[in-house]
Design a protein around this ligand. Sequence first.
Ligand SMILES: NC(=O)c1ccc[n+]([C@@H]2O[C@H](COP(=O)([O-])OP(=O)(O)OC[C@H]3O[C@@H](n4cnc5c(N)ncnc54)[C@H](O)[C@@H]3O)[C@@H](O)[C@H]2O)c1
Length: 264
Amino acid sequence: MDGLIQGKIAIITGAGSGVGHAAALLFAQHGAKLVVSDIDAVAAETTAAEIRAAGGDAIAQPCNVANAAQVDALVAITVQTFGRLDIIYNNAGITIQPAPGQGLKNFVDATQEDADRLFGVNVYGVMNGCKAALRQFEAQGGGGVIVNTASVAGLIGYGGVVYGATKGAITSLTRTLAIEVASQNVRVNSVCPAGMPTKFMPGGNSARGIASMSASHPLGRPIDPAECASAALFLASDLASNITGVNLPVDGGLSAGQSLRKSS
Ligand SMILES: NC(=O)c1ccc[n+]([C@@H]2O[C@H](COP(=O)([O-])OP(=O)(O)OC[C@H]3O[C@@H](n4cnc5c(N)ncnc54)[C@H](O)[C@@H]3O)[C@@H](O)[C@H]2O)c1
């Protein structure tokens, strides 16, 4: 049986770890040919090698998404290798790393450098991916799918202020760009995960980090990166053929509201 994105050519950024790694394996299982990209060249190659070892088709291409020229080159290499581009999953993202033993930085303590770094990757990185993909989609005669990784922090107040501002920018961009490019038959959606035990936050996959995420999510556990990858696959596939401009929470009910029930 064919996979959900059989024969499609897909780029995934930040695919050396966490959600991007899980999505790369899942997209390949569903028949896509992949350009696995990450700022960490070794991590990207490791993911691509895993896909090839499982019988899939993937190349690795290092790319800093904050650098528009590198993102343009990423799309160019994809087209040189596989002949076209059907799907871009703009997933790479970072947060402000707390100092050892410290919690999230308060807004007033976040520096201009912190903000520039986060906006550079989380916002301009996604814009760079969208622009480069849209130019290629147009050159191919229209059609194409963009999936972004935003965050539950782009839907509700949650986590650091600067990080939330970058993710709010992505949920807004996703809606507005979806409208702008709908006439070109391009769909634009995002996934909005809540806490995932990845390398993203130091201690995010420690017992303490997992307990804290479990307590704040109504379903009582963190999000598995594979669960976020499944949502991205759905949005990338024809199962979502009439869905655009959606920011899909993958958050164990976190953005649905707060329970008034006392926990037993
Ligand atoms: N982990 C969470 O709790 C959580 C929650 C909500 C949203 N997110 C979002 O999910 C996405 C993936 O995060 P993750 O949890 O898998 O984190 P992760 O740290 O495990 O993976 C992120 C990957 O992005 C790469 N990367 C970092 N900067 C880059 C750049 N400039 N260019 C290209 N690649 C770069 C890293 O090398 C890494 O491989 C991010 O957009 C993040 O904001 C994460």
